[in-house]
Design a protein around this ligand. Structure first.
Ligand code: ZN
Length: 317
């Protein structure tokens, strides 16, 4: 199982029935109320708390994992549940494990201080943590060994390249998007940066950055584009909608439609962070923008001139 040790330990506790569930405590002779702390209706055992309680069902639904929940809810033993968890595909496995673990913490919080979060917040956190781990692993694996692959490359003749990037601040739920559009010579045609509020997760900002960059190219009447992002999830989502939350699905749909309808030729590429340096250089601009007032410039601002020049020095088609 490739996941953080905290989760491995948690799975171990599920397998050995050693979570301090009311039914387990009662069995060990403690005189306690067996009711579920969350819904206060039925007896609390693992099957109820994690799969059947009406409150937890909502979290499973929000994460689009209902089918998996039903499969697990029908199992008779904790070992059976763990075996099924181990059989899941890695991405789903991480999501389910974070869901179960976050739900366990939620249950403890309710029991101790009677404090609750919404189902969507727990779903969001679980999803985000799982995607973060997947993304980190992919970045580690995809670091190319040859020096040439680590540099930005000019697009083929007749194409323009759009590099995009998004940054997300979990504490404020704010996001910064940036894009740089360059032609086949490597000259900067247009630059954009801005701020988003009420951001759902990192993927939300990445998708917004893609949409802004692609829309800007479409508005300029550009016919052939290559969109480059260092977020693999975006490339994957455009290929296959997967298990994304509703709010992201509409953005993915918008991006797909634009790529398909507005250009003669379009593609989306995942590149290592080093190839995307030019948009990281725009961080200063995004930071000074207030929400709603975007920075758009024909050509390149001073803060990225050095990166543009060094990209050109080492860039070949
Ligand atoms: Zn319950």
């Amino acid at each position: 199982m490739r996941c953080p040790n905290r989760l491995k330990h948690f799975v171990w506790r599920i397998a050995h029935n050693s979570l301090a569930l009311s039914c387990n405590l009662k069995r060990s002779g403690m005189d306690i109320n067996r009711r579920c702390h969350v819904c206060r209706r039925l007896d609390e055992d693992g099957g109820h708390l994690f799969f059947k309680c009406k409150n937890v069902k909502q979290v499973w639904r929000e994460m689009h994992l209902e089918e998996i929940r039903q499969g697990l809810a029908g199992l008779q033993s904790a070992i059976g549940v763990v075996e099924q968890l181990l059989d899941l595909d890695h991405r789903l496995q991480l999501k389910v494990l974070f869901l179960l673990n976050n739900w366990w913490h939620e249950r403890n919080k309710i029991r101790e201080v009677d404090q609750r979060r919404g189902a969507s917040e727990i779903a969001y956190l679980s999803n985000w943590r799982a995607e973060e781990i997947i993304q980190l692993r992919v970045e580690k694996q995809s670091v190319p060994t040859s020096a040439t692959q680590q540099k930005w490359r000019r697009p083929a003749q007749g194409f323009v390249k759009i590099n995009v990037d998004g940054a997300f601040d979990l504490s404020t739920r704010e996001g910064r998007w940036r894009y740089v559009i360059r032609d086949e010579e490597g000259s900067v045609i247009q630059t954009g940066a801005g701020k988003l509020e009420h951001v759902f997760d990192p993927m939300h900002v990445e998708l917004s950055a893609c949409i802004r960059g692609v829309r800007a190219a479409a508005e300029r009447g550009i016919g052939q584009i290559i969109l480059e992002t260092d977020a693999l999830q975006v490339k994957q989502a455009v290929g296959d909608m997967g298990f994304h939350l509703a709010v992201l699905r509409s953005l993915i749909h918008e991006l797909k439609e634009m790529l398909h309808d507005e250009f003669i030729s379009s593609s989306i590429e995942h590149v290592p962070r080093d190839c995307n340096q030019v948009v990281h250089g725009l961080a200063v601009l995004g930071a000074s923008c207030s929400a709603g007032s975007n920075f758009i410039m024909m050509g390149a601002p001073d803060c990225i001139l050095d990166v543009v020049a060094s990209n050109l020095a080492g860039s070949q088609v």
